[in-house]
Write a protein that binds this ligand. Sequence first.
Ligand code: SF4
Ligand code: SF4
Ligand code: SF4
Ligand code: FES
Length: 334
Amino acid sequence: MEEGATVLDATRKLNLHIPTLCFVEGCKAETSCMVCVVRIDGKQKLEPSCATRAVDGMVVESETDEVKVARRTALDLLLSEHVGDCEAPCRLACPAHVNIPLMIRQIAAGETDKAAATVRRAATSCETCSARCEKACRRASHDSAVSICLLKRFADGRGVPPASSDPSAADWKKRFNCHIGKLKDGEMEEFLKEADRGPRQEPQGQGFSVEEAVREARRCLHCDCRKADNCRLRDSADACGASQQRYAGAERPYFRKILQHASVVYEPGKCIKCGLCVQVTGEAGERLGLTFLGRGFDAQIGVPFNESLAGALEKTAQRCVGVCPTGAWAKRGE
Ligand code: SF4
Ligand code: SF4
Ligand code: SF4
Ligand code: FES
C-alpha cells in the first residue's frame, strides 16, 4: 500500500466492499456518517475506515454483527430526521410501477416520444386499474389530482414501438423508500414553487391536445427525489437494511425547497450535514460559499450573511451536486 493509505483504500484494493456515505474520492474525509466503521484489533471503539491509516499486520473486521448493527444504527439515526420521498406517491400507488413523474416531466418538456417509451417500459397496462395513481396524487390535497390517466393515454398514443419491460421493475418495490407522509401546514406551498398553479385541464376533444397535455403536466409537483437513482443514502439504506421508522421522533423537520440558484435546487431536509459541499466551496475560493449555521442538532448548511445561494455558488453549484451523497443538492430541470 502507498504511504498514507487508509483501511478503506486497502479493502478496495482487495476488492472488499465497505459501505461509505460521506466519503468522496478526491475530498478530505469528513468522518461524519460512521457508515464505514470497522473493528480494528487492539482499538477500544469502532473506527471509520475512510480516515484510519492502514498499517502492516493490522487485523480488521468489517462484516461482524457488531459492525453491521453500528452501520445500520448510524443510518437509522440519519433517516429518522430525513425529509423527502424517494419515489412519488403516484408511482408507489401504481401497480405497474410506471415512472409517472418522469413521464409527466417528459411531456412538460415536449419530449412525448420519450414519455411514450417511459409508459411502455411498464410490464402491464392500466386497463384493469381504478386510477390508483390519481387517488394517491399529492396535488389532490391542494386542488385536484394531476390528470395522470389522460396524460398517460396522450403519451401512449404517440406511435412509439413497445419498449422491452424494465428489468428493474420487479425489484423496484423492494427498494428502500423514504416517505414525507402527511404534509404540515405550509408545506404544499414549497411543492407549488415548481408547479403551474392553474386548475386541472379538461380536454376539449377526445383526449389532450399537445398544448393541453403540456399545461396539465406542468401542474405536477415533482414529488419524487431527483437523486432517487443515484443517492448514496438510499443505496446504503438498502445495503444495510436501515429503517426510517426505528428512531423516528414525534416531530419531523419541515420540508423546504430552495430555488434561489438558476441551475440547482437545495432541499435542506435531505441534508445529512456531512460538510462536503462546505469543503468544496471553500477549496474553490467561492466569494461567499457555504458554511454551517447554528450548532449541534440545529446546525444547518447555509450562506453566510444571509446572502442568496446564487451568490454563494458562483463556481461550484454542479460540484456540490456531484459530491452531495443525497438529494439535498440536485440539478434543476431533472
Ligand atoms: S435524498 Fe436519497 S434517501 Fe432522501 S429522498 Fe432522495 S433518494 Fe430518498
Ligand atoms: S403531483 Fe405529480 S409527482 Fe406528485 S403525486 Fe401527483 S402526479 Fe405524482
Ligand atoms: S447538502 Fe452538503 S452537507 Fe448536506 S448532505 Fe449534501 S454535501 Fe453534505
Ligand atoms: S464514509 Fe467514513 S465516516 Fe462517512
